[in-house]
Design a protein around this ligand. Structure first.
Ligand SMILES: Cc1cc2nc3c(=O)[nH]c(=O)nc-3n(C[C@H](O)[C@H](O)[C@H](O)COP(=O)(O)OP(=O)(O)OC[C@H]3O[C@@H](n4cnc5c(N)ncnc54)[C@H](O)[C@@H]3O)c2cc1C
Length: 562
């Protein structure tokens, strides 16, 4: 078969890899084009924590979690809150199809590739306190044993093997700048620049110096180029001021490598593709400035347990149900309403040891390195990456007494041009909260949440500290962490039908053009609606990449057999 009969895949992240894998299984040749070097294959997924949303898995059942497709779909729809007639037409259908796959196919599919999970299922996005509202009713975040590198490995290995057989060709340091169409408007190829060779380490930003141009023709084109999270100006431009308040935050840390630049969205739109739900995004409210950065403005997201006390920039406690790990976007909205773009966690040594997880494969050497020994040490309270942040991180204040703590917080507040905190205000918030700990029952919703979490065995033994007074010296020293806004994911993108075929603004199919992964809003142009249940991004890349690979195979098989 000549290269013109191949499928062209723009972007060798997880979505592109899964699609290439599916194509190779059906003996359809493909060309993977990526602007980064060979060492970056896998894109963002390599850096990920490897958490995957699965419903009614063997791990859940072993832990006594009663989950079902119906419960998961209800959670999804109550979280997505689809409300747009046209823009949500395909996303609604993708949501149903994705939850079906998460319940009936995902576990078998990934375990069949050789992936395994840590036995305790995590409970991300615990919700906003209402059964009919946002959030996961039960734990569904399945942490891959080996984190992101393992998620990549199980698809990269067969893809590289297919490349050795000549079925897959890689074009690294090739940047697509234009989609080529024939007279009928069908996609027939790509054009772009060859970038100068680069040997920067994985994740670091690479040179954009152009050394040549290229044109490639193919029978089908898949766009799997990722989202916009590495491009802060684009995030700010698309910021939903109608929902998150009129002032667009100025300061962010960045949770993704620079290649997550969003350029392909505009390139596809210029060629006639439809972009929907571009104002829907998923950014975090617990971002740390990385003391040891890999990419520009590198931020690390804290995955918090429920016990830290969350104060706004002026020292006021966040209202129910804006507690750590509960409702990311509602918290983001509240923070935006304060007029400041950071908040404070106040906690102590006992809580940080038990409850601070850091997102990212490199921040979890125990699970990434598949070391039960190191994992056991973590459960017992030793977490070297968190300790490094405590020692070197610019956002941490560690002190013995509350006056000293507030003094340290005020130094950071001044650096951020934020308001000085008043010791008495902070003390009052803590004292009122601490007075609720004397009884096992309480009127404080956050303490209720903590008690509820401890009814889930893995949380009790490894994730949620026993309720105690924050100012109790036995649990010290006291710690304050300045939490920044952190950019991460696009929830909208190229509109696609259930075959991952891109749609035009008039609703018609864009012949030969497909999209998968984050650039397609993880399917349909916005499978998550307004909000996510977590673990649904890697899961979304797997499902949409697989869907695209199968659909393109079917199209090309038919084409070649006639
Ligand atoms: C630190 C971190 C932790 C995460 N943890 C989780 C988690 O636990 N669970 C979860 O579900 N999700 C998680 N995610 C999100 C998830 O990893 C990403 O959403 C997903 O991997 C995106 O994959 P993708 O294939 O769509 O795009 P990407 O991984 O961004 O890959 C796109 C590729 O396209 C290339 N490209 C872009 N434009 C062009 C062009 N014009 N020409 C040529 N090449 C181009 C890029 O170089 C890149 O290699 C995490 C992300 C990060 C960064």
């Amino acid at each position: 078969m000549s290269s013109e009969n191949s499928a062209i895949i723009i972007g060798g992240g997880l979505a592109g890899l899964v699609a290439a894998y599916e194509l190779s299984q059906r003996k359809i040749p493909s060309i993977i084009i990526d602007q980064e070097n060979d060492g970056n294959l896998g894109g963002q997924a390599f850096w990920s924590l490897g958490g995957i949303f699965i419903v009614n898995s063997a791990e859940q059942r072993r832990l006594g979690i009663k989950d079902s497709k119906e419960l998961a779909l209800a959670d999804w729809m109550n979280t997505a809150k689809f409300d747009r007639e046209k823009e949500d037409y395909w996303p609604r259908q993708w949501a149903k199809a994705f939850v079906d796959f998460a319940a009936d196919g995902m576990e078998e599919y990934v375990k069949g590739r050789g992936m395994g999970f840590v036995g305790s299922v995590g409970w991300a996005e615990r919700g906003g306190g209402s059964a009919s509202g946002h959030g996961n009713s039960v734990p569904r975040f399945h942490l891959t044993w080996g984190t992101g590198p393992e998620v990549v490995r199980v698809f990269e290995e067969p893809v590289r093997a297919a490349a050795k057989e000549g079925l897959i060709t890689f074009k690294f340091r090739h940047r697509v700048d234009r989609l080529l169409l024939d007279d009928s408007g069908a996609a027939i190829g790509v054009q772009g620049c060859i970038l100068e060779p680069s040997d920067v380490v994985r994740g670091a930003s690479s040179s954009r110096k152009e050394v040549d141009k290229f044109t490639l023709y193919g029978s089908a084109i898949l766009v799997s180029s990722g989202g916009i999270g590495g491009n802060v100006s684009l995030v700010q431009k698309n910021w939903p001021t109608d929902r998150l308040g009129p002032s667009v935050p100025k300061n962010f840390v960045v949770g993704v490598p620079a290649h997550v630049d969003g350029r392909m969205l505009e390139i596809a739109e210029d060629a006639g593709a439809n972009i929907v739900n571009a104002d829907r995004m998923w950014h975090y409210t617990e971002g740390l400035q990385n003391w040891d950065p890999i990419w520009p403005m590198h931020g690390i997201r804290v995955i918090p347990g429920p016990s830290s006390m969350w104060l706004d920039a002026t020292g006021k406690r966040l209202p129910p149900f804006l507690y750590p790990g509960c409702d990311t976007l509602a918290t983001l909205k509240h923070i935006c309403s304060t007029g400041h773009d950071y908040t404070w966690f106040v906690l102590n040594k006992t809580i940080i040891q038990r409850e601070f997880g850091l997102s990212g494969s490199e921040q979890n050497p125990d699970v990434t390195g598949k070391s039960w020994y190191l994992l056991l040490w973590r459960i017992l309270g030793s977490n070297p990456p968190v300790e490094s942040f405590m020692n070197h991180g610019k956002d941490f204040v560690v002190r013995s007494t509350l006056p000293e703590l507030v003094e340290g917080m005020n130094i950071l507040a001044k650096q951020a041009d934020g308001p000085a905190l008043d010791l008495d205000t902070v003390r009052r918030e803590i004292d009122i909260r601490d007075a609720q700990v004397d009884n096992k029952y309480t009127k404080d919703a956050q303490l209720m949440l903590i008690n509820n979490a401890r009814n889930y065995f893995p949380d009790k033994i490894s994730r949620v500290a026993k309720p105690h007074k924050l100012l109790d010296h036995k649990h010290g020293p006291l710690i304050a962490v300045k939490m920044n806004l952190l950019t991460r994911k696009s929830l909208g993108g190229l509109e696609t039908d259930l075959d991952a075929n891109v749609r035009r603004p008039d609703g018609s199919k864009f012949p030969n053009l497909y999209a998968a992964g984050e650039v397609a809003g993880f399917g349909g142009g916005g499978v998550h609606g307004y909000s996510s249940l977590e673990g649904t991004f890697l899961g979304g890349c797997i499902f949409s990449g697989r869907t695209a690979g199968i659909a393109i195979s079917e199209q090309l098989s038919k084409q070649f057999s006639t």
